[in-house]
Ligand binder design. Structure first.
Ligand SMILES: C[S@@+](CC[C@H](N)C(=O)[O-])C[C@H]1O[C@@H](n2cnc3c(N)ncnc32)[C@H](O)[C@@H]1O
Length: 236
């Protein structure tokens, strides 16, 4: 018997933003896999917690610390993939839940890659989810792209100094994982002049959600991994 693994996008935070298909498959799964950087701290798990049946479903956390080193991340997911393959070997159905969409900067991509090696017999299906980019745009009344505009999604390893180059390739930018780059980015926006429009969205869809549309006020945003910044150069 071969196992089946769904990679399910839970959406960015509001439990109602999971798709109907994602929810149905989640609730029918035998084993739920929740990515976390430390035990008991799965953001995706927080989103779907109310949907899980802890009496009949096995819940497993897959813990990968936030390594900076790519090789360490790959090695860790190789080890976690062994655990997933073993858990599904008897033909059980698993659901790996990630925040947002599984195909956008998700740990599901690391797991899927590693399973190709250690569990090639396991069938893997991806169930899309609402991205943090879409949710931040909706919360901030922000047009991501219209007419012939281009939208560029990038991690904020591209910092303040890269803004002019990024704007050379797209009218609209979505910057994820801003971390320590956030404050310099905000300062850089303040020097760009009046044609810049921006949204800073923290924990969209969670009770603690914060949305900033005033660039000056963004300096007050706490540094938080679950923050997305949208920036566009408005046409005159
Ligand atoms: C590893 S990436 C995962 C992206 C996710 N798969 C998606 O589709 O949005 C993590 C980044 O997504 C963004 N993010 C995820 N959830 C968010 C939320 N609720 N509010 C704001 N940003 C969020 C942040 O930029 C965070 O650093």
């Amino acid at each position: 018997m071969t196992g089946l693994l769904y990679g399910i996008g839970a959406g960015p935070g509001d439990p109602e933003l999971i798709t109907v298909l994602g929810l149905r498959l989640l609730q029918a799964a035998d084993v739920i896999f929740l990515p976390a950087t430390q035990a008991g701290r799965s953001y995706a798990g927080t989103i779907v917690d109310g949907y899980l049946d802890r009496r009949h479903q096995e819940i497993r956390e897959l813990i990968c610390p936030p390594y900076r080193d790519r090789a360490a991340v790959i090695a860790r997911w190789a080890a976690l993939a062994d655990d997933v393959a073993a858990a599904l070997a008897s033909g059980r159905v698993g659901a790996f839940v990630c925040e947002g969409d599984p195909s956008l900067y998700s740990t599901f991509l690391h797991l899927r890659e590693a399973l190709r090696t250690c569990g090639p017999e396991i069938e893997i299906r991806t169930i899309p989810g609402v991205t943090s980019v879409s949710a931040a745009a909706a919360a901030g009344d922000f047009p991501l792209a219209t007419w012939d505009e281009r939208l560029l999604i990038a991690p904020a390893v591209y910092g303040a100094a890269d803004i002019p180059a990024l704007f050379a390739s797209a009218e609209s930018l979505a910057l994820l994982k801003p971390g320590g780059a956030l404050q310099p980015l905000i300062s850089a926006l303040q020097t760009q002049g009046g044609t810049i429009r921006a949204v800073l969205a923290r924990r969209v869809g969670r009770p603690e959600q914060q949305i900033f549309t005033d660039i000056e006020a963004m300096h007050w945003a706490p540094e938080d991994y679950f923050t997305t910044m949208l920036i566009r150069r408005e046409r005159r």
